[in-house]
Design a protein around this ligand. Structure first.
Ligand code: COA
Length: 700
């Protein structure tokens, strides 16, 4: 197992073990003793001979053997010296509890760098600094000051916040939730979140990986590896520390709508990570993944002794897009034969308020045999004759006999169901205190199943002209310009298979009218200058010109006004361009996230993109399915499909445009942001046109 010395050490030294109750160094030693650690425990403290009955050593060298794990809990300034001792005696695994490193500023950062330098030279792996410690119930190892040792279980937990981990422990202990391992990673100076997640993935005792993160160290590696791990074990994360600072600095539409929150959503989606918004929600989900088999599908059956609870759960089933299992004739016949006449033998199965444990037992037993059922949710409210405890016992009995299907419980109440809740938890049946939470857990499990069994991602590569794009970008970077001009943007788009509007440059009004005649009316006029990027701001764009006179007038007006407004601009003429009409305007975009790379965007085009914010993001490179899913994820999709008898827009053309754009920005990391806006798409079979694009580049 990776990081074995952290999780199953044969001996542990605590440098800074204190004689004084309440000090961190004392509490860690106490936790080690209370946890019943079976290997050697070596307190290190030069001021004492013994602590808590254990022989105390003045320093690591005096132990006379090499402790496999060293916990450092001395003041920050003394940490480098202790690290040097670790290197000298050959200890290779260190947890630094001490705070006062990079989290406190420059001086702390330098100290942390020094510590890590010593670690690298001494081949030492480090968890922390500034962390709560490591807990492994299966090894009786509680090398932390987080409190009581939790029960042994199958959840591997990683926390970037030590304080939050203490709260999680307390909550888990109160709710009898067990762990395989808990790691507080603190400042992640050496071992980071991915190292721990990988260790949990390889750990036979861990079935579910859960955690709280504030940042991710190496975005790209994280996405790729987490995606592989999610295929084997579910990862449930709370993610905080999201800001919109990145979005504020952006210049494109896509950039202003992106931001790190969106990036994390995309990463979690790609990697199949289940995002949780609270500790309670995380444990509600985790206990189901840890204790129940994944459902084979999304057909849910509800068994209830209370009509109201049944209706609430049924509403949630519908809202979450799950399906109601249709019970077979054989099942309903069996139910009808034994249940009172007024019971409902169809889903939701209402077994009435006077249901005793045996009625629950019979119905659960029967529906579990029905091939049309994937998940059973057993609902109970404690009415006068209800037997919550006996019902829980019956459920445990049956699910142990028939363990193949997912069974969850939602017992509503408090004191009357407390004993039943204990029995269910012990019997590995997750129990929920609200119908909504129970059903949303089913939804999360079925979503994970769908993600896990999705077809292998295949990214199509289009035949393109890379050389052409390379030349344009290099030219801009050489002269230090960031924004690519319209003509060059067109060249880039065309090199990647986009069709752009036809048009030519005119230098006289007559020439403009001639070009317009050839293109066919109406046309668009655009001032043509490498020095004017935002043409419309200066009145440099005129749309919908219907005849030669209108074209000549517009030409003269532009050539008269704009040189006055932009006296330093080199004006080369006016672009006369075909006017694209009749299609829907959408936007295809990309914002390069500094940690995770290109985020693709699709949304309603034109000015509506920023008003409606009806957009979908996805991490590049896109597969055809993902590109299509982006469309489906917006409200615009319905409109594109055609409402009230309108013809459907060419959805495939948009999806292909997104894939081509995804290929472009993946192959050219210099492209920082890009919008194709509008991308005009007609009905199937017509040509989609990339009317305008904004591309900004930077040396990568
Ligand atoms: N080797 C061995 N023992 C040493 C030592 C060394 N180099 N230097 C000091 N000690 C001993 C001290 O004698 C003391 O023992 P005593 O209480 O029996 O006299 C013990 O180690 C602790 O040293 P002390 O100077 O009293 O420090 P402290 O307990 O006040 O603080 C920390 C030490 C590490 C707890 C503190 O610096 C710290 O970082 N606190 C925050 C921890 C934290 O919040 N971590 C993040 C959680 S998420």
């Amino acid at each position: 197992m990776a990081l074995k010395k952290f999780f199953n050490p044969s001996s542990v030294a605590i440098v800074g073990a204190s004689r004084t109750k309440g000090k961190v160094g004392y509490e860690i030693l106490r936790s080690m003793l209370d946890g019943g650690f079976k290997g050697g425990i070596f307190p290190i403290n030069p001021k004492s001979e013994t602590i808590e009955g254990l022989k105390c050593y003045p320093d690591l060298e005096s132990i006379g053997q090499v402790p496999e794990l060293v916990i450092i809990v001395v003041p920050a300034k003394a940490v480098p010296t202790v690290m040097q001792q670790c290197a000298k005696i050959g200890s290779r695994a260190v947890v630094i509890i001490t705070a006062g490193f990079k989290e406190v500023g420059q001086e702390g950062r330098e100290l942390e760098n020094r510590v890590i330098q010593i670690a690298r030279q001494g081949h030492i792996r480090v968890i922390g600094p500034n962390c709560l410690g490591v807990i492994v119930p299966g090894s009786n190892l509680n090398a932390s000051f987080g409190g009581e040792m939790p029960a042994k279980g199958t959840i591997g937990y990683i926390s970037q916040s030590g304080a939050l981990m203490a709260a999680i422990l307390d909550m888990a202990n109160a709710n009898r939730i067990g762990f395989s391992k808990l790691v507080s990673i603190g400042n992640k100076a050496d071992i980071n979140e991915l190292d721990i997640i990988k260790a949990f993935a390889a750990d036979a005792e861990t079935r579910v990986i859960a955690g709280y993160l504030e940042s991710i160290v190496d975005g790209n590696t994280f996405v790729n590896q987490a995606e592989q791990i999610s295929l084997r074990k579910p990862i449930l994360l709370m993610k905080a520390g999201v800001t919109s600072a990145g979005a504020k600095a952006a210049s494109s539409h896509t950039g202003s709508l992106a931001g790190s929150e969106v990036a994390y959503e995309c990463v979690f989606e790609r990697a199949g990570i289940i995002r949780c918004s609270s500790i309670k929600q995380q444990f509600d989900y985790a206990q189901a993944f840890a204790n129940q088999p994944l459902p084979g599908g999304s057909r849910v059956v509800l068994i209830t002794n209370a009509g109201g609870a049944g209706i609430m759960a049924a509403d949630s089933v519908e809202q979450h897009g799950l399906s109601f299992a249709k019970l077979s004739e054989e099942t309903t016949a069996k139910l009808a034969a034994k249940l009172p006449a007024s019971a409902n033998i169809h889903n939701p199965v209402d077994i009435l308020g006077d249901a005793l444990a045996d009625r629950y037992e019979f119905v659960l037993d029967t529906v579990l045999d029905d091939e049309g059922v994937d998940v059973v949710l057993v609902l109970l409210t404690p009415q006068a004759m209800t037997q919550p405890t006996a019902t829980a016992e019956a459920m445990v009995r049956i699910t142990h006999r028939k363990p193949a299907k997912t069974v969850l419980a939602c017992f509503l109440g408090a004191s009357k169901i407390a004993e039943a809740a204990k029995i269910l938890k012990k019997g590995k049946i997750p129990i929920y205190d609200s119908t909504e939470m129970a059903v949303s857990t089913i939804k999360v499990m079925t979503d994970y199943l769908r993600w896990k069994t999705r077809p292998k991602r295949v990214v199509k590569l289009f035949a393109v002209n890379r050389r052409k794009v390379e030349n344009v970008i290099e030219r801009y970077l050489r002269r230090g310009s960031r924004e690519i001009g319209e003509e060059d943007s067109k060249e880039i788009l065309e090199a990647y298979g986009f069709v752009t509007p036809k048009g030519s440059i005119a230098t006289t009004a007559e020439q403009a009218a001639n070009i317009a005649q050839q293109l066919g009316f109406p046309v668009v006029l655009k001032i043509w200058s490498p020095d004017i990027l935002h043409k419309s701001d200066l009145g440099g764009v005129k749309l919908g010109l219907e005849n030669a006179t209108a074209v000549m007038d517009a030409f003269d007006l532009m050539m008269h006004r704009i040189p006055k407004q932009a006296p330093n601009a080199n004006i080369l003429g006016v672009l006369v361009q075909e006017m694209c009409r009749g299609g829907k305007e959408v936007i295809l975009g990309m914002h390069r996230d500094p940690h995770f790379g290109p985020l693709m965007m699709f949304g309603m085009g034109g000015i509506m993109v920023e008003v409606l914010k009806d957009v979908a993001f996805y991490l590049a490179p896109l597969t055809a399915e993902e590109a299509k899913q982006m469309l489906i994820n917006t409200r615009t999709y319905k409109m594109l499909k055609g409402v009230r008898g309108q013809e459907s827009t060419d959805i495939d053309a948009i999806a292909e445009g997104l894939q081509r754009l995804s290929q472009l920005v993946t192959e050219f990391p210099q492209i920082q942001e890009m919008d194709i806006n509008p991308y005009v798409v007609g009905r199937a079979g017509t040509t989609a046109i990339a009317v305008d694009a904004r591309i900004s580049v930077e040396q990568s």
